[in-house]
Design a protein around this ligand. Sequence first.
Ligand code: NAD
Length: 332
Amino acid sequence: MRVAVYGARSYDRQFLTAGNAAHGHDLVFLDAGLSPLTVPLAAGCGGVCAFVNDRLDAEVIEGLAALGVKIAAMRCAGYNNVDLAAAADAGIAVTRVPAYSPHAVAEFTVGLLLALDRNIHRAWSRVRENNYSLDGLVGRNLHGRLVGVVGTGQIGALVARTLRAGFGCEVLASDPVVNPELEAIGVRYSTPEALLREAEIVTLHCPLTPETRHLINAKTLAEAQPGLVIVNTSRGALIDTQALIDALKTRRIRGVALDVYEQEAGIFFGDLSNEIIDDDVLQRLLTFPNVLVTGHQAFLTEEALTAIAETTLTSLTDFENGRPLANALHAG
Ligand code: NAD
């Protein structure tokens, strides 16, 4: 099948091309992301392949359907950017990659936490300038800290286990589904409200839904432990970024590590080093010494990219051959 691969970066091309040797699709790699403006680039394609910040709203879906596109294969786990009802109405199947390597994201999360709370990123830039002073770099042990893990699905469970069994943290978790294996190693489940009030470190691993949007907001920040550390590798809009900036300015927060950002679409995944950035919120965030931002990188390992390519290509092959889609998404 001819497939338009939107927003294709070097690593997408490399791993999809390698995996495609066993599938034989005609992959058309496009630099541009999917938006109403770029829908026509899918002309002649039976499928599109898209990523987290591509727009698959009703307008785009209808445009794709009018071109004869029959499947949208998301090469990611999250799908908050896809209007599944519109896709169903337009007769476009949607698939995703529900699990590629939770280890990739979990390990990056712990890496961010360590880097932030031990000032590793700041030490690195100091040493490059031959500044070996340790002033301002005092960290804290993770051992014994009370960490709140919001969402103990595939990624959150690994983070909770690593922090509990590896570092000896006290771990509070919140998830509508309790994981008994985590309870067996001493993870305690609680309500999200209690978790956000009690934890010294909060790490977010729940999906973005209307219910979880701005889960961390002015109220929860005001009620949180002074000196809270927040890590978010899930979705940017779980945090009200303006409220976060206000809390950073009042010094209530010890530090924040973000791999995702509410308004990351149009900014992340591109080289904007020669551009003027209009987003004042992101720019303000980057001025704090106790904020560490990475550009939605937690998934980026060889193992994850290989698995993403294989699952995505298998969905396209199964669709082409009329087989049931193991990773189909349905509205509702
Ligand atoms: P998952 O579906 O396995 O786990 C999500 C968990 O969140 C589930 O156990 C679910 O019950 C729980 N949950 C749902 N609503 C909740 C709520 N209101 N409060 C607490 N928990 C709630 O998903 P996963 O594979 O562990 O991924 C978690 C998130 O990580 C994804 O939604 C995605 O947004 C994000 N992610 C980010 C990257 C990255 O590169 N930064 C990569 C992959 C996934």
